[in-house]
Design a protein around this ligand. Structure first.
Ligand code: HEM
Ligand code: SF4
Length: 553
């Protein structure tokens, strides 16, 4: 894990002091709302429906148990005893008092955390694979590269006032778990014909009002050139990106308007000035960054743990949890575990202070004091001995984090929607809960297999509804809340955007609509086929016909 040096600590501490004075001046009436707004946004503070909302950066989703305990303590002391994990590996507090925020930031700084660049038109927190460094299908550990990007992008003077916000994701594994195709820049680790490692660079992806799957602008970028190339992309965007219309300001609109080919050639031209310049990464610098992500002190096991294999035979419930929530590790005898934050009846991605503190204890006991956050809004213990899995499962059950539903329909991605967000057209959490309650039969849920259900409360698409196999979008119809359903989206490899089924539905219809969609799926399914594959095979029509059929009872 990366550890702050004196310089990092100093700039974060200085920012807290500055912000404390800015808040003081605002509260004393010396700064107007308008003057204070950019200052608070630079520190991750939004003003939301009921209260301010503070977004804390979790660099590439990595946390130490110490940091998590501090996050729990802040939730207890300054918020309503819970926090929300977002789809970009950040954490949000929904109820802080404006006057407490400087104290919260000061507390965060004591554990090397901050809320800088979690808002505004700058390069945001870099996101990555939650299994980075331990995944069995990994070509290269993306974390040192995320860290290189973090250091380059934090307070980058040239990119502090971009046309719009800018989000980068890095994936180093065969399977994309970082949603690289729907980011402003997605970096995918690849090997070229000569066997060298580099990055495939994808630009101009994004969700929101205009969802677009990114385009490859460079098939193979040697690692040493990462920063000079990123600089070139950002410079082209900074120069040509629209500033006259907020809705057309993201890089995706520019790449589309120019065409990916022309955009790529502009980047090449810009890069010619920067390539091999001072930002070129030396082997020493790359080694230094890799040094922060050393292999933990693993016990050497020859193979799978015998007891663990037996425990799965003895307990069906344990076997089911292993099947869904346990991920294959690079290291023999170890596993990565996803703790589900999608217990039925709970708001997806939320965790109470007690739960956070309990997870910190689990990380200490079972995972070298570290944990990760996934963009699906779950928590991960990445280095668990197979021999400890049964015990961990029992402890995770006790805190409500062992629902065996990872990748299943009730593992919904869901934004905070109308319950918290002032931009929402409709609530999203109650719909997620109603669907979870309808599909509470675990056997049935497991039989249905992998289904991504993603939901957003408005077209900003914080809940990634465009790339859900089933997407739900809250819409406003004459002042009341309705829901538009889309089908056929995919995240990860071969990402695709979902298509709208048809006219929107009322809130109370939603569980029935999903049930009808499942019925069509089950009737048409061949063997163990996944929902998305059935959809691709039979198309939209059978689903559309069923959900809009008149009741004939
Ligand atoms: C509550 C305060 C929030 C505000 C004011 C807000 C605002 C926005 C806006 C304006 C966009 C559209 C950007 C565009 O034009 O493309 C957006 C997109 C997005 N937001 Fe939020 N959001 C909030 C909460 C969240 C939460 C809770 C999450 C995660 C659960 C989140 C994650 C994202 C993601 C992943 C996108 C995807 C669109 C993209 O970047 O292409 N946001 N948000
Ligand atoms: S999708 Fe809309 S409602 Fe949901 S958090 Fe984002 S801005 Fe708010």
């Amino acid at each position: 894990m990366y550890i702050y040096d004196d310089y990092d600590q100093r700039i974060v501490d200085q920012r807290v002091v500055q912000y404390r004075d800015q808040t003081r001046r605002f509260l004393a009436g010396e700064l107007s709302d308008e003057e204070f707004r950019p200052l608070r946004l630079q520190n991750g503070l939004y003003i939301q429906r009921h209260a301010p909302m503070l977004r804390v950066a979790i660099p590439y989703g990595h946390l130490s148990s110490l940091q998590l305990r501090k996050l729990a303590e802040i939730a207890r002391k300054y918020d309503k005893d819970y926090a929300h994990f977002t789809t970009r590996q950040n954490l949000q507090y929904n109820w802080p008092k404006l006057e407490d925020v400087p104290d919260i930031l000061a507390e965060l700084a004591t554990v090397q955390m901050h809320a800088i660049q979690t808002s505004g038109n700058c390069i945001r927190n870099t996101t990555s694979d939650q299994f980075a460094g331990v995944a069995h299908d990994e070509l290269l550990d993306p974390r040192p590269w995320c860290e290189i990007i973090r250091q380059w992008s934090t307070f980058h003077p040239e990119f502090a006032h971009l046309p719009r916000k800018f989000k980068i994701a890095v994936n180093g594994a065969a399977e994309d778990r970082a949603a690289i195709w729907v980011h402003d820049i997605g970096l995918n680790v690849v090997k070229n014909e000569a066997g060298e490692i580099g990055f495939k660079v994808i630009a101009g992806g994004g969700l929101g009002r205009t969802p677009i799957i990114g385009s490859v602008i460079c098939e193979f970028l040697p690692c040493a050139h990462l920063l000079t190339y990123l600089d070139a992309v950002l410079r082209v965007y900074n120069r040509y990106g629209r500033r006259d219309n907020k809705y057309k300001a993201r890089i995706k609109i520019l790449v589309k308007a120019m065409t990916p080919e022309v955009f790529a050639s502009k980047v090449e031209t810009e890069w010619a000035f920067l390539k091999d310049g001072p930002q070129t990464l030396t082997t020493a610098e790359i080694d230094r960054m890799q040094g922060f992500f050393t292999v933990p002190d693993y016990t050497a096991f020859a193979g799978d743990d015998v007891g663990f294999v037996q425990q799965q035979l003895d307990s069906k419930a344990f076997a089911r949890w292993v099947e869904r929530n346990v991920f294959k590790h690079k290291q023999a005898g170890y596993a990565a575990v996803t703790l589900s934050l999608k217990k039925h009846g709970a708001a997806p991605g939320d965790a109470s202070s007690d739960q956070l503190a309990a997870v910190a204890d689990l990380a200490d006991a079972y995972s070298f004091g570290e944990l990760r956050v996934s963009h699906e809004q779950n928590l991960i213990l990445a280095d668990v001995k197979q021999a400890d899995l049964f015990e961990l499962w029992e402890k995770a059950k006790a805190i409500g984090f062992a629902t065996p539903n990872i990748g299943l329909m009730t593992d919904v991605i869901c934004c905070p929607g109308g319950d918290f967000c002032s931009l929402a057209n409709a609530k999203s959490i109650p719909i997620a809960i109603a669907i979870q309650e309808r599909f509470d039969d675990l056997d049935y849920l497991h039989d249905l297999g992998e289904i991504d259900l993603n939901m957003s409360g408005c077209m900003n698409a914080c809940g990634h509804h465009h790339v859900g196999n089933i997407g739900i979008l809250g819409v406003d119809k004459n002042g009341s809340e309705w829901y538009q359903v889309s089908l056929g989206g995919r995240q990860g490899n071969g990402a695709t955007l979902a298509k709208v089924v048809g006219p929107s539905f009322a809130q109370e219809q939603m569980p029935d609509v999903i049930e009808k969609i499942m019925a069509v799926f089950v009737e048409n399914r061949l063997g163990e086929e996944r929902f998305i594959d059935v959809f691709d095979r039979i198309g939209m029509l059978p689903f559309k016909t069923r959900v809009y059929a008149k009741e004939t009872a």
